[in-house]
Design a protein around this ligand. Structure first.
Ligand SMILES: Cc1cc2nc3c(=O)[nH]c(=O)nc-3n(C[C@H](O)[C@H](O)[C@H](O)COP(=O)(O)OP(=O)(O)OC[C@H]3O[C@@H](n4cnc5c(N)ncnc54)[C@H](O)[C@@H]3O)c2cc1C
Length: 447
């Protein structure tokens, strides 16, 4: 017996799918409205153009997905995703030093985002009370002004026909282009937001690489050393025996137009990375795709938890709430953590939907806050980054830098750092006395 009748989810990306999976336990009927066409395989799609770029799945995301869809990790691997030892098979150049490599007992799955999403989609098809209506774009909300309650949506389909649908709960999982913010602003309900300008560009391309006995890694990260270096890159094995190469440039260091007009410029940018490792791999490799570009001029966190007079019946999740700097690979894992938080709240028998949405937005902020802080601490290493700086920025940057450097020498510290980066340990686990002492000693030696 379901406790609630009908939920509508706007957007069938990662957070829309995960929200549907969770709501299906508590709602008689769950409908996802997705403006894209139905995917016919693990291919990039128009509504999620970031899928052309490398997507890392952190431990928190992988563990959460497995708990929501038991067996999915195995399915990823059986379908071609690459299973690696997280600290042995990852070669990572960070702040001018290579991380120590060792068997830390963790595994990571390497795959493209379309492959990951496609497999989730197959699992979703087994849930009988979830339906997806493709080619349906939500244009407006249906609103009961006296009750300050959103009770439905207005959609337009591919033929231009408009229809309305009612529901007890509307979940906006439509990502950065969400209509909620402007819709609410028009009615005088402002959502306070934080914005940090980072001028980030992504350029990605897939390659076939010849076998090489020297290649002792499955994924290699070459991060820029800020503030001097602005360009970085990653090369990763993915399903289909391909390698995806993603180059990133902060503060407009990559000229997007040039990259799109001139295919050779991708290799030229790879040559500008802090070391030549990725360039050496790709300079004579066979390209399997054209270069794709994605721009993230700024990152944004909408504080729905602080919005006054927020309407009943609406819940915001995923990138709709926060687009974080994607270089740290956290977005999908945040979506997983949010879905799990929603599941836990819905399990409380005595809570009304209104209380659930209000509490959820507060919990969402608690999930995002430490991750946002960690990410912008790094972004603000560039003087051109603008926005609200975190408290104690200089000391945080000093401390983090020491952890990065110590992670190239000390397995224990790198291990602790890996767990924080993968969102399975709180950042406070890195604040231990041993690390502080090592950092201070290191600083006094290098003075
Ligand atoms: C360049 C880049 C690289 C990234 N790399 C990583 C990474 O390595 N690891 C990681 O975890 N995360 C990464 N992310 C973040 C990740 O892509 C997102 O956090 C994640 O996809 C969650 O997105 P979402 O489902 O909330 O939104 P989206 O993926 O944007 O999905 C929104 C969906 O809503 C649909 N939609 C939009 N408007 C409407 C409407 N009006 N009506 C109906 N449907 C609508 C869209 O078609 C789309 O399907 C990266 C992001 C970017 C930009």
């Amino acid at each position: 017996m379901f406790r609630h009748k009908k939920a509508i989810i706007i957007g069938g990306g990662i957070s829309g799918k995960l929200a549907a999976r969770v709501l299906a336990e508590f709602f008689h009927e769950v409908i996802i409205l997705e403006r894209d066409q139905e995917p016919q395989g693990p291919h990039p799609r128009k509504g999620a153009p970031q899928g052309e770029h490398l997507h890392a799945l952190l431990f928190a995301g992988a563990n959460g997905l497995e708990s929501l869809f038991p067996g999915i990790t195995d399915t990823f691997h059986k379908s071609g995703a690459v299973k690696i030892n997280s600290t042995q098979d990852l070669s990572w150049f960070h702040h001018g030093v290579w991380k120590v490599r060792f068997d830390g007992g963790y595994t990571t799955t390497l795959q493209t985002r379309p492959h990951l999403e496609w497999i989730i989609e197959q699992y979703m098809k087994r849930i009988s009370n979830v339906t997806v209506q493709y080619n349906h774009s939500v244009k407006n909300y249906m609103y009961h002004e006296e009750e300050n309650r959103i009770h439905g949506v207005e959609t337009i389909d591919a033929s231009g026909s408009i229809k309305t649908m009612n529901a007890d709960l509307i979940v906006d999982a439509s990502g950065v282009s969400s209509l909620s913010t402007s819709w609410l602003a028009k009615r005088g309900m402002q959502i306070p937001e934080e914005q940090v300008k980072i001028g980030l560009s992504y350029a990605s391309k897939s390659f076939s690489l010849p076998e090489s006995a020297e290649r002792d890694w499955s994924i290699k990260l070459v991060y820029p050393h800020p503030p001097q270096e602005k360009i970085g890159g990653t090369i990763s094995k993915v399903e289909g025996n391909r390698y995806m190469v993603t180059l990133i440039g902060y503060h407009n260091a990559i000229n997007d137009k040039e990259v799109l007009q001139n295919e050779d410029s991708f290799i030229e940018i790879a040559q500008k990375l802090p070391n030549q490792d990725i360039y050496t791999e790709v300079k004579n490799a066979v390209p399997l795709s054209k270069t794709s570009i994605f721009r993230v001029p700024q990152i944004t966190w909408k504080h729905v938890d602080q919005a006054k007079n927020f309407p009943e019946g609406l819940l915001l999740i995923g990138d709709t709430i926060c687009r974080i700097d994607p270089v740290f690979g956290q977005g999908m894992s945040i979506a997983v953590l949010e879905a799990l938080a929603l599941q836990k709240l819905l399990q409380c028998q005595n809570k009304m939907l209104k209380e659930i949405t209000t509490t959820f937005h507060k919990q969402e902020a608690k999930i995002i806050a430490p991750i946002w802080n960690m990410v912008i601490t790094e972004d603000f290493r560039y003087p051109a980054t603008s926005g609200k700086r975190p408290l104690g920025l200089t000391i945080q940057q000093w401390y983090a830098k020491n952890i990065f450097i110590l992670s190239s020498q000390n397995q224990e510290i790198y291990h602790a750092f890996v767990k924080v980066m993968n969102l399975v340990s709180p950042i406070t686990t890195l604040m231990n006395l041993k690390i502080v002492v090592k950092s201070v000693i290191k600083r006094s030696i290098t003075k």
